[in-house]
Design a protein around this ligand. Structure first.
Ligand code: PLP
Length: 395
């Protein structure tokens, strides 16, 4: 089938929730993907911060194959060995004590919202409101889209669930002032990914922790995008030494196999009892085997070190581009979540790069975002910079 024939079929049968590029990607290996016509692309999108170990990583492939041949699914009515091992890994490598598994980032945040409310209903005198940040992104279920403080995602879906209050990001006085007798917690991204890789001041997360401690509130870190090594440590919060009460994960956790997780401190997790919450597929053997292999490989193959080194190199090369191209307003990033903010819309540069064999993403209209596999090399960066340079030069 030709690309156009695929696109026609897609238009006919699939709901139009995405503005898609005219590409049908059919194969991936490492940091590269190929389209249905055999063209190769350097993939700096990585399924939007998902394929941390690149495409078809042999250890993840083997783990999935072995698991699918053995047992792909059983109900959470039984104990599931890969789920137990994954929970142990996450707990031993984080400051939190208990895990709940689900299938996506939105579900992980939904679970966090429910756990916060359940805990608050039992220990915080009926408080239920969460404070979230303007321009945040937490998912597309009704509760998580309401937590997402961006009106454009709300329009047409009203009435929205109550219990969310919004304050500007990176603004501690505004947060402190917004706390009321209804507030039970704060939900925050360590870096705002979807709204353009917005990195807060170094004192921001510690400041939120302080406010939560002083006022007896729960601090929930949404590490769906920043977690699993993206910023150069397993969790972005680690770099600030802040210990949240809950952390949500998804995206890179299964290196492309859908899985989400909520981690929580013991005393908070205890508010969930049999029947409180659940998921048919959450923590199923196949997803957990993929996630465990992903996490073990990240540590074994020193992927975090690579992320830090190659991320710093990428940022410095983007800095060189900024000195050369007046249409770049700012470059920023941490580890391998990086952005180029333009003075003009970014969509046309995404198209130009695609024509030259480079996949990048534009978010928030004028921000080119790079969330590639964490196994990226300096050579890959040089290639990407060459293509970006050319795309910025044109016109
Ligand atoms: C910080 C953050 N939270 C939650 C989500 C939602 O995750 P999912 O699309 O897996 O539901 C995303 C997705 O981009 C995200 O970046």
């Amino acid at each position: 089938m030709t690309t156009q024939e695929w696109i026609d079929l897609s238009d006919r049968y699939i709901m139009s929730t995405y503005k898609r590029h005219p590409l049908v990607l059919t194969r991936g290996l490492g940091v590269h993907v190929w389209d249905s016509e055999g063209r190769c692309y350097l993939d700096l999108v990585g399924g939007i911060a998902v394929c941390a170990l690149g495409h078809a990583h042999p250890k993840v492939v083997t783990a999935i194959k072995e698991q699918v041949e053995n047992l792909s699914h059983v109900s959470n009515l039984y104990h599931i060995a890969p789920q137990i091992l994954l929970a142990r890994f996450l707990v031993e490598n984080s400051p939190l004590d208990k895990a709940f598994f689900c299938n996506s980032g939105a579900e992980a945040n939904e679970a966090a919202i429910k756990l916060a409310r359940k805990y608050a209903s039992e220990h915080m005198g009926g408080r239920y409101e969460l404070i979230t940040m303007q321009d945040s992104f937490h998912g597309r279920t009704l509760a998580t889209v309401t937590a997402t403080a961006q009106e454009r995602f709300h329009v047409g879906f009203e009435p929205l669930p109550e219990g969310f209050r919004y304050v500007p990001y990176n603004d501690l006085p505004a947060l402190e002032a917004a706390v009321t007798e209804k507030t039970c917690g704060v939900l925050v991204e360590p870096i705002q990914g979807e709204s353009g890789v917005v990195i807060p001041d170094s004192g921001y997360l510690p400041g939120i922790r302080r406010i939560c401690d002083e006022k007896g509130l729960l601090m929930i870190a949404d590490e769906v995008q920043t977690g699993i090594g993206r910023t150069g440590t397993l969790f972005a919060c680690e770099q600030t030494e802040v210990v949240p009460d809950m952390i949500t994960l998804a995206k890179a956790l299964g290196n492309g196999f859908p899985i989400g997780a909520l981690l929580a401190k013991e005393k908070i997790a205890a508010a969930f009892v049999p029947g409180s919450h659940g998921s048919t597929f959450g923590g199923n053997p196949l997803a957990c085997a993929a996630a465990l292999a992903t996490l073990e490989t990240i540590l074994e193959e020193r992927v975090l070190e690579n992320c830090r080194k190659v991320g710093a190199y990428f940022l410095s090369r983007l800095g060189e581009l900024k000195n050369k191209h007046p249409r770049i307003r700012e470059v920023r990033g941490q580890g391998l979540i990086l952005a180029v903010e333009l003075t003009v819309p970014g969509a046309e540069f995404v198209e130009k790069c695609m024509e030259k064999g480079l996949l990048i993403n534009c978010t928030n209209g004028d921000v080119l975002r790079f969330v590639p596999p964490l196994i990226l090399t300096r050579q890959d960066v040089d290639k990407a910079i060459g293509i970006l340079d050319g795309a910025l030069e044109e016109k």
